[in-house]
Ligand binder design. Structure first.
Ligand SMILES: NC(=O)c1ccc[n+]([C@@H]2O[C@H](COP(=O)([O-])OP(=O)(O)OC[C@H]3O[C@@H](n4cnc5c(N)ncnc54)[C@H](O)[C@@H]3O)[C@@H](O)[C@H]2O)c1
Length: 368
Protein backbone atom coordinates (compact mmCIF):
# COMPACT_ATOMS: atom_id res chain seq x y z
CA UNK A 1 0.00 0.00 0.00
CA UNK A 2 1.37 3.45 -0.92
CA UNK A 3 1.45 6.07 1.77
CA UNK A 4 -1.23 8.68 1.19
CA UNK A 5 0.50 11.20 3.37
CA UNK A 6 1.47 14.33 1.44
CA UNK A 7 1.88 16.79 4.32
CA UNK A 8 3.09 16.11 7.85
CA UNK A 9 2.70 18.49 10.78
CA UNK A 10 5.13 18.23 13.67
CA UNK A 11 4.47 19.71 17.09
CA UNK A 12 7.56 19.95 19.27
CA UNK A 13 10.80 20.42 17.36
CA UNK A 14 13.35 19.36 19.96
CA UNK A 15 15.64 16.35 19.51
CA UNK A 16 12.99 13.99 18.16
CA UNK A 17 10.84 16.47 16.20
CA UNK A 18 13.95 17.69 14.40
CA UNK A 19 15.08 14.17 13.52
CA UNK A 20 11.62 13.15 12.31
CA UNK A 21 11.22 16.32 10.22
CA UNK A 22 14.62 15.72 8.61
CA UNK A 23 13.73 12.14 7.73
CA UNK A 24 10.26 12.95 6.39
CA UNK A 25 11.29 15.95 4.25
CA UNK A 26 14.16 13.96 2.74
CA UNK A 27 11.55 11.48 1.47
CA UNK A 28 9.58 13.99 -0.59
CA UNK A 29 6.90 14.91 1.94
CA UNK A 30 6.08 18.49 2.95
CA UNK A 31 6.59 19.22 6.65
CA UNK A 32 5.09 21.99 8.79
CA UNK A 33 6.91 22.62 12.05
CA UNK A 34 5.46 24.15 15.20
CA UNK A 35 6.98 24.57 18.66
CA UNK A 36 5.89 26.63 21.67
CA UNK A 37 9.34 28.27 21.34
CA UNK A 38 9.73 29.69 17.80
CA UNK A 39 13.53 29.58 18.20
CA UNK A 40 13.26 25.78 18.47
CA UNK A 41 11.69 25.67 14.99
CA UNK A 42 14.47 27.84 13.54
CA UNK A 43 17.05 25.60 15.19
CA UNK A 44 15.33 22.48 13.78
CA UNK A 45 15.45 23.84 10.24
CA UNK A 46 19.11 24.85 10.64
CA UNK A 47 19.97 21.40 11.99
CA UNK A 48 18.18 19.65 9.14
CA UNK A 49 20.07 21.77 6.60
CA UNK A 50 23.38 21.04 8.36
CA UNK A 51 22.55 17.31 8.30
CA UNK A 52 21.89 17.40 4.55
CA UNK A 53 25.00 19.52 3.90
CA UNK A 54 27.05 16.77 5.55
CA UNK A 55 25.25 14.13 3.45
CA UNK A 56 26.20 16.07 0.32
CA UNK A 57 29.83 16.28 1.49
CA UNK A 58 29.85 12.52 2.01
CA UNK A 59 28.33 11.89 -1.40
CA UNK A 60 25.12 10.35 -0.01
CA UNK A 61 22.86 13.07 -1.40
CA UNK A 62 23.13 15.57 -4.24
CA UNK A 63 23.09 19.31 -3.65
CA UNK A 64 19.82 19.50 -5.63
CA UNK A 65 18.19 16.85 -3.40
CA UNK A 66 19.35 18.69 -0.28
CA UNK A 67 17.92 21.94 -1.57
CA UNK A 68 14.61 20.30 -2.46
CA UNK A 69 14.38 18.73 1.01
CA UNK A 70 15.05 22.09 2.68
CA UNK A 71 12.29 23.61 0.52
CA UNK A 72 9.81 21.15 2.04
CA UNK A 73 10.28 22.49 5.59
CA UNK A 74 7.92 25.29 6.61
CA UNK A 75 7.84 26.98 10.01
CA UNK A 76 4.36 27.85 11.27
CA UNK A 77 3.69 30.09 14.26
CA UNK A 78 0.33 28.76 15.42
CA UNK A 79 -1.17 25.30 15.81
CA UNK A 80 -3.77 26.39 13.24
CA UNK A 81 -0.94 26.45 10.67
CA UNK A 82 -0.91 22.64 10.85
CA UNK A 83 -4.56 22.24 9.82
CA UNK A 84 -3.75 20.93 6.33
CA UNK A 85 -1.65 18.01 7.66
CA UNK A 86 -2.53 14.49 6.55
CA UNK A 87 -0.54 13.22 9.52
CA UNK A 88 0.35 15.11 12.66
CA UNK A 89 3.22 13.86 14.82
CA UNK A 90 3.44 15.09 18.40
CA UNK A 91 6.94 15.21 19.94
CA UNK A 92 6.58 17.63 22.87
CA UNK A 93 7.80 17.07 26.46
CA UNK A 94 7.00 13.68 28.00
CA UNK A 95 4.22 15.05 30.22
CA UNK A 96 0.73 13.53 30.17
CA UNK A 97 -1.21 16.70 31.09
CA UNK A 98 0.66 18.76 28.51
CA UNK A 99 0.08 16.22 25.74
CA UNK A 100 -3.60 15.71 26.70
CA UNK A 101 -4.20 19.47 26.53
CA UNK A 102 -2.49 19.65 23.13
CA UNK A 103 -4.63 16.79 21.71
CA UNK A 104 -7.81 18.47 22.93
CA UNK A 105 -6.77 21.67 21.19
CA UNK A 106 -5.81 19.83 18.01
CA UNK A 107 -9.15 17.98 17.97
CA UNK A 108 -10.84 21.34 17.42
CA UNK A 109 -8.42 22.39 14.68
CA UNK A 110 -7.72 19.36 12.52
CA UNK A 111 -10.09 17.86 9.97
CA UNK A 112 -11.41 14.42 10.99
CA UNK A 113 -9.40 12.70 8.28
CA UNK A 114 -6.04 13.71 9.82
CA UNK A 115 -4.08 10.90 11.42
CA UNK A 116 -2.55 11.91 14.73
CA UNK A 117 0.48 10.16 16.21
CA UNK A 118 2.33 10.53 19.50
CA UNK A 119 6.04 9.83 19.82
CA UNK A 120 5.68 9.12 23.54
CA UNK A 121 8.17 6.65 25.00
CA UNK A 122 6.45 5.87 28.28
CA UNK A 123 2.87 7.16 28.38
CA UNK A 124 -0.13 5.01 27.42
CA UNK A 125 -1.30 5.66 23.86
CA UNK A 126 -4.82 4.46 24.81
CA UNK A 127 -5.07 7.01 27.61
CA UNK A 128 -3.85 9.87 25.43
CA UNK A 129 -6.39 8.80 22.80
CA UNK A 130 -9.20 9.67 25.22
CA UNK A 131 -8.29 13.31 24.65
CA UNK A 132 -8.87 13.05 20.89
CA UNK A 133 -12.15 13.53 19.10
CA UNK A 134 -11.24 10.71 16.69
CA UNK A 135 -9.39 8.09 18.82
CA UNK A 136 -9.64 5.57 15.96
CA UNK A 137 -7.35 7.86 13.90
CA UNK A 138 -4.79 8.05 16.75
CA UNK A 139 -1.69 5.86 17.17
CA UNK A 140 1.84 5.79 18.51
CA UNK A 141 4.78 6.30 16.17
CA UNK A 142 7.74 5.71 18.46
CA UNK A 143 10.91 6.73 16.66
CA UNK A 144 14.37 5.84 17.89
CA UNK A 145 17.09 8.40 18.28
CA UNK A 146 18.69 9.65 16.07
CA UNK A 147 15.45 9.64 14.07
CA UNK A 148 17.28 11.08 11.05
CA UNK A 149 18.95 7.69 10.56
CA UNK A 150 17.73 5.02 12.99
CA UNK A 151 15.51 2.79 10.82
CA UNK A 152 13.17 1.51 13.52
CA UNK A 153 9.76 2.96 14.33
CA UNK A 154 7.37 1.18 16.68
CA UNK A 155 3.84 1.57 15.33
CA UNK A 156 1.74 1.38 18.48
CA UNK A 157 -1.86 0.22 18.41
CA UNK A 158 -3.92 1.82 21.17
CA UNK A 159 -7.19 0.19 22.29
CA UNK A 160 -9.24 2.45 20.01
CA UNK A 161 -6.80 2.61 17.06
CA UNK A 162 -8.51 1.38 13.87
CA UNK A 163 -6.73 -1.30 11.78
CA UNK A 164 -6.71 1.13 8.82
CA UNK A 165 -4.84 3.66 10.98
CA UNK A 166 -2.16 1.07 11.78
CA UNK A 167 -1.90 0.21 8.07
CA UNK A 168 -1.58 3.89 7.15
CA UNK A 169 1.12 4.33 9.82
CA UNK A 170 3.07 1.34 8.49
CA UNK A 171 2.77 2.58 4.89
CA UNK A 172 3.97 6.05 5.91
CA UNK A 173 6.98 4.61 7.76
CA UNK A 174 7.95 2.49 4.76
CA UNK A 175 7.49 5.45 2.38
CA UNK A 176 9.97 7.38 4.54
CA UNK A 177 12.59 4.62 4.47
CA UNK A 178 11.87 3.16 7.91
CA UNK A 179 11.48 -0.42 9.09
CA UNK A 180 8.30 -0.24 11.15
CA UNK A 181 7.35 -2.87 13.69
CA UNK A 182 3.83 -3.15 15.08
CA UNK A 183 3.21 -3.51 18.76
CA UNK A 184 0.57 -3.31 21.45
CA UNK A 185 0.32 -0.37 23.82
CA UNK A 186 2.33 -2.15 26.55
CA UNK A 187 4.98 -0.85 28.96
CA UNK A 188 8.24 -0.40 27.06
CA UNK A 189 6.47 -1.32 23.79
CA UNK A 190 8.42 -4.06 21.93
CA UNK A 191 12.04 -2.98 22.35
CA UNK A 192 12.54 -1.15 25.65
CA UNK A 193 10.67 -4.05 27.23
CA UNK A 194 13.82 -6.19 26.86
CA UNK A 195 16.50 -3.53 26.38
CA UNK A 196 15.85 -2.18 29.90
CA UNK A 197 16.13 -5.55 31.71
CA UNK A 198 19.19 -6.34 29.58
CA UNK A 199 21.00 -3.30 30.99
CA UNK A 200 19.46 -3.90 34.42
CA UNK A 201 20.82 -7.47 34.71
CA UNK A 202 24.22 -6.05 33.73
CA UNK A 203 23.96 -3.64 36.69
CA UNK A 204 22.79 -6.42 39.03
CA UNK A 205 25.97 -8.35 38.16
CA UNK A 206 27.92 -5.39 39.59
CA UNK A 207 25.68 -5.15 42.66
CA UNK A 208 26.24 -8.83 43.38
CA UNK A 209 30.01 -8.44 42.99
CA UNK A 210 30.05 -10.96 40.13
CA UNK A 211 31.62 -8.86 37.37
CA UNK A 212 33.06 -5.47 36.45
CA UNK A 213 31.53 -3.12 33.87
CA UNK A 214 34.36 -3.90 31.44
CA UNK A 215 33.86 -7.65 31.83
CA UNK A 216 30.12 -7.41 31.21
CA UNK A 217 30.69 -5.30 28.10
CA UNK A 218 33.32 -7.73 26.84
CA UNK A 219 30.96 -10.72 27.19
CA UNK A 220 27.91 -8.93 25.68
CA UNK A 221 29.23 -9.55 22.19
CA UNK A 222 29.35 -13.31 22.75
CA UNK A 223 26.01 -13.26 24.64
CA UNK A 224 23.78 -11.34 22.21
CA UNK A 225 26.13 -10.08 19.50
CA UNK A 226 26.11 -6.51 20.86
CA UNK A 227 28.75 -4.36 19.19
CA UNK A 228 28.82 -2.11 22.25
CA UNK A 229 28.06 -3.64 25.64
CA UNK A 230 25.31 -2.50 28.04
CA UNK A 231 27.52 -0.04 29.96
CA UNK A 232 28.98 1.64 26.92
CA UNK A 233 25.51 1.96 25.39
CA UNK A 234 24.13 3.41 28.63
CA UNK A 235 26.89 6.03 28.57
CA UNK A 236 25.71 7.00 25.08
CA UNK A 237 22.06 7.40 26.09
CA UNK A 238 22.98 8.52 29.67
CA UNK A 239 22.40 6.28 32.73
CA UNK A 240 19.91 8.91 34.00
CA UNK A 241 17.69 8.39 30.91
CA UNK A 242 18.04 4.62 31.16
CA UNK A 243 17.01 4.72 34.84
CA UNK A 244 13.95 6.75 33.91
CA UNK A 245 13.01 4.24 31.18
CA UNK A 246 13.33 1.30 33.62
CA UNK A 247 11.34 3.10 36.30
CA UNK A 248 8.49 3.29 33.80
CA UNK A 249 8.43 -0.52 33.62
CA UNK A 250 7.80 -0.78 37.40
CA UNK A 251 4.17 -1.98 36.95
CA UNK A 252 5.59 -5.12 35.31
CA UNK A 253 6.90 -6.34 38.69
CA UNK A 254 10.12 -6.82 40.68
CA UNK A 255 12.15 -8.39 37.84
CA UNK A 256 11.99 -4.90 36.25
CA UNK A 257 12.87 -2.97 39.44
CA UNK A 258 16.04 -0.93 38.83
CA UNK A 259 19.32 -2.32 40.15
CA UNK A 260 20.91 -0.52 43.12
CA UNK A 261 23.93 0.69 41.17
CA UNK A 262 21.76 1.99 38.34
CA UNK A 263 19.69 4.04 40.79
CA UNK A 264 22.90 5.44 42.30
CA UNK A 265 24.60 6.34 39.01
CA UNK A 266 21.38 7.50 37.34
CA UNK A 267 20.23 9.72 40.21
CA UNK A 268 23.69 11.30 40.46
CA UNK A 269 23.61 11.82 36.66
CA UNK A 270 27.02 10.16 36.43
CA UNK A 271 28.49 7.97 33.70
CA UNK A 272 29.63 4.38 34.16
CA UNK A 273 33.38 3.95 34.63
CA UNK A 274 34.57 1.27 32.27
CA UNK A 275 38.14 0.13 32.90
CA UNK A 276 40.40 -2.33 31.11
CA UNK A 277 39.43 -5.95 30.88
CA UNK A 278 41.87 -8.79 31.51
CA UNK A 279 41.48 -12.53 31.05
CA UNK A 280 37.99 -13.58 32.25
CA UNK A 281 37.94 -17.08 33.80
CA UNK A 282 35.62 -19.40 31.80
CA UNK A 283 33.12 -20.01 34.66
CA UNK A 284 32.72 -16.27 35.24
CA UNK A 285 32.38 -15.67 31.51
CA UNK A 286 29.60 -18.28 31.35
CA UNK A 287 27.80 -16.75 34.33
CA UNK A 288 27.93 -13.24 32.84
CA UNK A 289 26.70 -14.56 29.49
CA UNK A 290 23.75 -16.34 31.16
CA UNK A 291 22.71 -13.25 33.12
CA UNK A 292 22.87 -10.97 30.07
CA UNK A 293 20.77 -13.47 28.14
CA UNK A 294 18.38 -13.83 31.07
CA UNK A 295 17.59 -10.10 30.98
CA UNK A 296 16.69 -10.31 27.32
CA UNK A 297 15.07 -13.77 27.17
CA UNK A 298 12.72 -13.55 30.15
CA UNK A 299 11.36 -10.16 29.04
CA UNK A 300 10.92 -11.33 25.45
CA UNK A 301 9.14 -14.55 26.52
CA UNK A 302 6.76 -12.48 28.65
CA UNK A 303 6.04 -10.06 25.83
CA UNK A 304 5.39 -12.98 23.49
CA UNK A 305 2.86 -14.33 26.01
CA UNK A 306 1.21 -10.91 26.12
CA UNK A 307 1.29 -10.69 22.30
CA UNK A 308 3.01 -7.31 22.44
CA UNK A 309 4.82 -7.94 19.15
CA UNK A 310 5.64 -10.83 16.82
CA UNK A 311 8.92 -12.76 17.13
CA UNK A 312 9.99 -11.48 13.70
CA UNK A 313 9.32 -7.85 14.67
CA UNK A 314 11.11 -8.24 18.02
CA UNK A 315 14.16 -9.56 16.17
CA UNK A 316 14.03 -6.77 13.58
CA UNK A 317 13.98 -4.24 16.41
CA UNK A 318 16.91 -5.91 18.19
CA UNK A 319 18.93 -6.12 14.99
CA UNK A 320 18.23 -2.65 13.64
CA UNK A 321 17.67 -0.43 16.69
CA UNK A 322 20.04 -2.12 19.15
CA UNK A 323 22.55 -3.67 16.71
CA UNK A 324 22.31 -7.14 18.28
CA UNK A 325 23.70 -9.53 15.68
CA UNK A 326 22.12 -12.40 17.67
CA UNK A 327 18.54 -11.19 18.04
CA UNK A 328 16.56 -12.82 20.87
CA UNK A 329 14.04 -15.06 19.10
CA UNK A 330 16.57 -16.42 16.60
CA UNK A 331 19.06 -16.97 19.42
CA UNK A 332 16.52 -18.76 21.63
CA UNK A 333 15.48 -20.95 18.69
CA UNK A 334 19.13 -21.82 18.10
CA UNK A 335 19.86 -22.61 21.77
CA UNK A 336 16.71 -24.68 22.21
CA UNK A 337 14.09 -24.92 24.94
CA UNK A 338 16.14 -26.79 27.57
CA UNK A 339 18.99 -24.27 27.47
CA UNK A 340 16.65 -21.25 27.52
CA UNK A 341 14.72 -22.78 30.42
CA UNK A 342 18.00 -23.34 32.32
CA UNK A 343 18.86 -19.64 31.84
CA UNK A 344 15.50 -18.16 32.89
CA UNK A 345 14.45 -20.66 35.60
CA UNK A 346 16.45 -19.08 38.50
CA UNK A 347 14.81 -15.67 37.92
CA UNK A 348 11.33 -17.23 37.58
CA UNK A 349 11.84 -18.84 41.00
CA UNK A 350 13.50 -15.78 42.57
CA UNK A 351 10.80 -13.32 41.52
CA UNK A 352 7.89 -15.75 41.90
CA UNK A 353 6.91 -15.44 38.22
CA UNK A 354 4.61 -17.55 36.09
CA UNK A 355 6.53 -19.80 33.71
CA UNK A 356 6.12 -18.12 30.28
CA UNK A 357 4.01 -20.30 27.97
CA UNK A 358 6.17 -19.15 25.04
CA UNK A 359 9.00 -21.32 26.46
CA UNK A 360 7.23 -24.32 24.93
CA UNK A 361 7.53 -22.76 21.47
CA UNK A 362 11.28 -22.10 21.75
CA UNK A 363 12.92 -23.87 18.81
CA UNK A 364 10.15 -22.72 16.47
CA UNK A 365 9.43 -19.15 17.61
CA UNK A 366 10.32 -17.77 14.20
CA UNK A 367 9.10 -20.65 12.08
CA UNK A 368 5.96 -21.66 14.04
N1 LIG B 1 15.02 11.76 23.07
C1 LIG B 1 14.81 10.50 22.75
O1 LIG B 1 15.75 9.69 22.59
C2 LIG B 1 13.41 10.00 22.51
C3 LIG B 1 13.22 8.79 21.81
C4 LIG B 1 11.91 8.38 21.53
C5 LIG B 1 10.84 9.13 21.96
N2 LIG B 1 11.05 10.29 22.67
C6 LIG B 1 9.86 11.05 23.06
O2 LIG B 1 9.70 12.13 22.15
C7 LIG B 1 9.11 13.25 22.81
C8 LIG B 1 10.02 14.46 22.62
O3 LIG B 1 11.28 14.19 23.19
P1 LIG B 1 12.58 15.07 22.86
O4 LIG B 1 13.73 14.34 23.44
O5 LIG B 1 12.59 15.46 21.45
O6 LIG B 1 12.26 16.37 23.76
P2 LIG B 1 12.92 17.83 23.66
O7 LIG B 1 12.88 18.39 25.04
O8 LIG B 1 14.22 17.79 22.94
O9 LIG B 1 11.88 18.65 22.73
C9 LIG B 1 10.56 18.93 23.09
C10 LIG B 1 10.11 20.19 22.39
O10 LIG B 1 8.70 20.36 22.61
C11 LIG B 1 8.43 21.74 22.78
N3 LIG B 1 7.17 21.85 23.53
C12 LIG B 1 6.92 21.52 24.81
N4 LIG B 1 5.62 21.69 25.09
C13 LIG B 1 5.02 22.13 23.96
C14 LIG B 1 3.68 22.46 23.61
N5 LIG B 1 2.68 22.35 24.50
N6 LIG B 1 3.43 22.86 22.35
C15 LIG B 1 4.43 22.96 21.45
N7 LIG B 1 5.71 22.67 21.72
C16 LIG B 1 6.00 22.25 22.96
C17 LIG B 1 9.63 22.28 23.53
O11 LIG B 1 9.76 23.68 23.36
C18 LIG B 1 10.77 21.47 22.90
O12 LIG B 1 11.36 22.17 21.80
C19 LIG B 1 8.89 12.84 24.25
O13 LIG B 1 7.58 12.35 24.39
C20 LIG B 1 9.91 11.72 24.43
O14 LIG B 1 9.54 10.80 25.45
C21 LIG B 1 12.31 10.74 22.95
Amino acid sequence: MMSEIGTVGIVGTGTMGTGIATNVAAHGIAVRLYDARPEAVRAAIDQAKAFWAKSVERGRTTAAQAEAAAGRLTAVDTLGGLADSDLLIEAIFEDFALKAKLFEELSGLLPERTLVATNTSCLRVSELARHMKKPDRFLGLHYFSPAQINPIVEVVRGEATAPATVEAGLAFCRATGKKPITCKDAYGFAINRFFCPYTNEACRLLDEGLATTAEVDAVAEEAVGAAAGPFRVQNLIKPRINLHAIQNLAPLGPFYAPARSLVEVGEADRMWEIGQVGEIPPERRALIRDRIRLGVFLAVLQELDEEVASPADIDTGAREALRFTKPPCALMDELGRAEVERIVAPAIARYGLKRPAALDRVGRLLSG
